[in-house]
Design a protein around this ligand. Structure first.
Ligand SMILES: Nc1ncnc2c1ncn2[C@@H]1O[C@H](COP(=O)(O)OP(=O)(O)OP(=O)(O)O)[C@@H](O)[C@H]1O
Length: 313
């Protein structure tokens, strides 16, 4: 079997996305370290799947760039894109139903094993890698069944198993903990850690469960209002955050510029002025600018009142 290439570094740089009439991402920046497990958290509909679709070559962003080891995914030729995709094992949902990623003509065992076979693995190598994972994922009993013959929750585990045995340098798993039978959560966490440690794969995941993120991630990134608003190790970022309400209170701060609006996104894309709003502050404005401005105002107010109190006639 061919050896796996080294892990890949991912950079989202100023990624902006408008889908139909809806602004989804706005000048989003995120550096995903190679050889680590990164989990993106954020409320439903905030654009997590959209971000992954930009990365795996399914949907071009409206603006900005997505780089894989320094190469912009959306500047590659189609042949280069196909070759880049060959190093990515992805389970990405969104408008693509998960089931469509399985081969209906192959049984469950062959679906899990197909990437290994394509990489030239022998029957023994395929069995040694695939069988233990299928046992852990509760798929042994379905090995000879075809995808449409097994329950939907088991089909999701087939997809996860297929990605996690693939030995690819980049593994992208969308909504990994959604509709997941809790009996298999531990097995999936172990499999992700194992592929990351043994194969040094870069793993990028979107998830909803805070404990799942804590257990599996080296880094957590929080997506809110079209941007990554926080990024860091889970024990620091999620310290003291237990519930969804606590998570929302900590990260979903009220943005002085208001919610993401189409006029702002499109204004930014044209490079022109975004439509003006009452008391609009660009959220990209460095904090020290705002602090310097406030200090100036305070000094001015103090100076003018001191003049009145002490220096007046
Ligand atoms: N093809 C499309 N056309 C128009 N709008 C879309 C399209 N695909 C997604 N959207 C919208 O874009 C927004 C982001 O969707 P996305 O699926 O990326 O969110 P998400 O964070 O992954 O949500 P979830 O956690 O529920 O899977 C949503 O409001 C969704 O309705």
């Amino acid at each position: 079997m061919e050896s796996a290439p080294s892990a890949l570094k991912i950079e989202f740089d100023g990624v902006t996305t408008v889908l139909g009439d809806e602004p989804v991402l706005h000048r989003l920046r995120l550096s995903v370290p190679d050889g680590q497990v990164t989990v993106i958290l954020g409320q439903s509909g905030c654009g997590k799947t959209t971000l992954l679709r930009h990365l795996v070559g399914l949907l071009p962003p409206t603006g900005g760039s997505v780089r894989l080891d320094g190469r912009d995914v959306w500047s590659l030729t189609s042949a280069e894109l196909v070759s880049a995709r060959g190093g990515i094992a992805a389970v990405v949902g969104g408008s693509h139903p998960f089931d469509s990623w399985l081969f209906s003509s192959m049984n469950v065992y062959e679906n899990v094993a197909c990437v290994l076979r394509r990489a030239g693995a022998t029957d023994d190598e395929v069995h040694a890698t695939t069988a233990p994972l299928m046992r852990e994922f509760g798929l042994e009993a379905f090995a000879r069944s075809f995808p449409e013959e097994i329950p939907a929750h088991a089909r999701r585990r087939v997809l996860l198993a297929q990605a996690l045995v693939s030995g690819m340098p980049l593994i992208v798993l969308d909504d990994v903990d959604t509709a997941l039978d809790s009996r298999y959560t531990g097995a999936i966490v172990r499999a992700i850690k194992s592929v990351n440690e043994k194969a040094r794969a870069t793993v990028l995941i979107t998830a909803n469960d805070l404990d799942f993120a804590r257990e599996v991630a080296h880094e957590v990134a929080v997506l809110w209002n079209g941007k990554i608003v926080s990024h860091g190790p889970p024990d620091v970022l999620l310290r003291g955050v237990r519930t969804g309400e606590e998570f929302a209170r900590r990260f979903f701060r009220t943005d002085l510029a208001g919610p993401l609006c189409r006029d702002v996104v499109e204004g930014g894309l044209r490079g022109g002025e975004p439509a003006r709003r009452f008391f609009a502050i660009d959220p990209d404005l460095p904090v020290w600018w705002v602090v310097a401005l406030l200090l100036l105002v305070i000094v001015f107010v103090f100076w003018s009142s001191a003049g009145t109190v002490f220096g007046g006639p």
